[in-house]
Design a protein. Structure first.
Lengths: 318, 71
């Protein structure tokens, strides 16, 4: 195992902020075909394994927490255990819940990928969080054709819609609206979900099982948004990029910050900012490479790098 | 005389546009157009490319939607 650890200290607000480097736990992923994906869109873990959803291959690959390939399941299609661009998964008990985007349905699987059931939804589902009591919270990217529409939906396991929240932003300019309505949804620590806009919003929204909004996390300005002018039709518009991806572990929200490229564009970054429940910055983790997806568990960060390869990083507390 | 011809031509243009767009939209099933557009933009942001490139990709999707509806 290789660790690179550099610790520094700074201050944010009145608290001390640690800056740490994380190193690769395993280095030979790149030579392992199972750990290189076509279009990885989601990475998650449970007590035993790490799961990566590949939207192009229409499959889910399962790895041990040290990165050993265990199994893959799924293929393109419309039948049970088949997918059309799966987008995300969540694990609850011994069941895996997968959003099957263009089939507009949720599939429920056992841990080996065996089909147990599912239900259809009236939109293309994106991210999924399964809360206790079988409440399934889904996000979707709104079409933005006729005005604002809810982006977060609570369903029962039988597929009954229970509540809808988080109205989308609507300006009539579809590309602009698409950017502003991109969200990351993660499971919180209060039987709730956190909804993080990727741009133009520094508040992290919270909704409990009943859909009741909680106090949002107002993220400190010590975590800076990055502004970019996008080539949109109509008037020039600046967008404040907030995060590329996010993960929640314990009580900390990890925000993967985008980085400026040499062309002054914004691409995936290599720094994770840990935010406390009150919105203040706790730690900063420098990864050895840019990543597009993160999933935190204690000192480990499961990730997919910008070359679509699985990575597992570990940091050390001082 | 010239003014009358110009008015007639402008009227014909407006009439043809008025007649053309509803027929085209009905002919190509806007639902399919929006479905293809949604697939296009989902693929665009699934690629995890930089934001400028994604904006270009989304704009291409948007132009495709407009063309699909008009055709």
């Amino acid at each position: 195992m290789l660790f690179a650890l550099m610790a520094g200290r700074g201050t944010a607000g009145q608290r001390s902020v640690k800056r740490q480097a994380a190193g690769d736990v395993k280095l030979d992923f790149r030579t392992d075909d199972d750990a290189v994906f076509s279009r990885p869109v989601s990475i998650s873990h449970d007590r035993d394994a790490v799961y990566v959803v590949d939207a192009e291959e229409n499959e889910i690959r399962v790895f041990s927490k040290t990165g050993a390939f265990i199994r893959a399941f799924g293929r393109k299609g419309q039948g049970p255990g088949e997918y059309d661009s799966p987008a995300d998964l969540d694990i609850s008990g011994d069941r895996i819940f997968v959003t099957d985007r263009f089939n507009k349905r949720i599939q429920i699987l056992d841990r080996e990928g065996g089909y147990l059931g599912g239900f259809r939804v009236p939109f293309t589902p994106d991210q999924i969080c399964v809360l206790s009591g079988g409440l399934i919270v889904l996000s979707h990217l709104p079409l933005g054709i006729e005005g604002p529409e809810p982006m977060v939906h609570g369903f029962s396991e039988k597929g009954d819609l229970i509540w809808e929240r988080a109205d989308s932003r609507y300006s009539g300019e579809r590309v602009y609206d698409t950017f502003r309505n991109l969200v990351v949804m993660v499971k919180g620590d209060r039987e709730d979900v956190l909804v993080i806009h990727k741009s133009d919003e520094r508040r992290v929204l919270r909704f409990d099982k009943g859909g009741k909004p909680g106090a949002p996390i107002r993220v400190t300005e010590d975590y800076a948004s990055k502004r970019i002018s996008l080539p949109l039709r109509g008037p020039k518009r600046l967008i404040s990029a907030f995060c590329w991806d996010a993960s929640f572990d314990g009580s900390l929200l990890g925000l993967l910050a985008p980085d400026y490229t040499e062309e002054n564009d914004l691409g995936p970054g290599r720094t994770v900012f840990l935010i406390e429940p009150d919105g203040l910055l706790k730690d900063i983790i420098d990864l050895p490479t840019a990543v597009t997806r993160i999933d935190m568990e204690g000192d480990d960060i499961y990730a997919v790098d910008s070359e679509n390869c699985l990575r597992i990083f570990r940091r050390r507390q001082e | 005389m010239k003014r009358a011809i110009a008015l007639v031509l402008a009227g014909l243009c407006l009439l043809s546009a008025f007649l053309f767009f509803p027929q085209a939209a009905q002919g190509r099933r806007p639902d399919e157009c929006y479905g293809n557009w949604n697939s296009c933009r989902v693929n665009a942001f699934n690629m995890d490319v930089s934001w400028f490139r994604m904006a270009l990709a989304l704009t291409v999707c948007d132009v495709g939607l407009g063309k699909c509806i008009i055709d």
